[in-house]
Design a protein around this ligand. Sequence first.
Ligand code: G3I
Length: 314
Amino acid sequence: MLKVLILLTILGSIAAHLKDHASQIYIGCALSPSHFSDSQYQSIAAAEFNSLTPENEMKWDAVEASQGSVNYAQADQLVQFGKQNGMKIRGHTLVWHSQVPGWVSGLSGDTLHQTMISHITDEVTHFKGSIYAWDVVNEMFNEDGTYRQSLWYNNFQTNFVGDAFKAAAAADPGAKLYINDYNIEGINAKSTGLYNLVKELKGQGVPIHGVGFQAHLSTGQVPSDLAANLQRFTALGLDVAITELDIKQNGQSQEAQAQAYASVVNACTSTSGCVGVTIWGFNDQYSWINDNPCPWDSNYQAKPAVAAIEGALK
Ligand code: G3I
């Protein structure tokens, strides 16, 4: 009997997947249906993760490359995959300086404003009820904490932010609405600029619910004040999430990389109000970046990072 129990325990631990340990927070990954012909890609994604973010398929240039010809087919495919596999779905992203279709880039003033509101309203309405959280505004800060000189800022200063959140809230009152950025993981000029903005937005009654920390990081360079930084945002009454985690190997060992992954997940699990961690593509082969940043290698072999993430989730 004892032998059977030991065997079952061993088999259970072999068969365990990341999401089996993700009860306090969700564990997600960015996916693209362009890799769905690869069956291992689908099976690992479904087995390991309980949340997904479309890597590119909900961006404006992907859904409306030319004015009026809206195409949600690829994004719908991901939503269907997520639903079939019991995953939360994060919507990414509505207002960004990048991947704006050419026909939008040429607009200005009231026409641009109306076009932004229509885009948000149409897309959020299309996915209404399916999306756990939207990245409504993405990457609006410079490294020094000033505002990026984007199409949006240059036309509307910061007024576009509140307007975008209000349009998204009107279209799907059930979705959590986030502002999202990179290089804001530590307490620095950029994260402080963002902190001041979200505090002001909350004070104005803008329906903003969360801050996404992308966390495109390097081994050996995970900010030591990550948890403290997350906590100053949750103290404002906001959710926080790690939304695009990947960690370049940076000339160091896979074990060091694994520790870096664990430290990020630990920062989230130790912060009340940190709702989940999303990895930006789970295998090196399909990552947007070189330098082996993912927990699985290009042959779908789990690196030490997988066990480290599992340990941190426990
Ligand atoms: O869809 C076209 C395809 O038709 C064409 O044949 C191919 C040729 O290069 O390009 C395809 O588009 C590419 C797209 O990914 C889909 O593969 C774009 O060129 C390429 O620029 C695009 O890169 C994406 C990038 O955002 C765009 O800015 C990356 O996959 C994606 O990982 C990356 O994700 C961003 C987040 O959205 C925001 N935070 C930073 C993060 C990393 O850059």
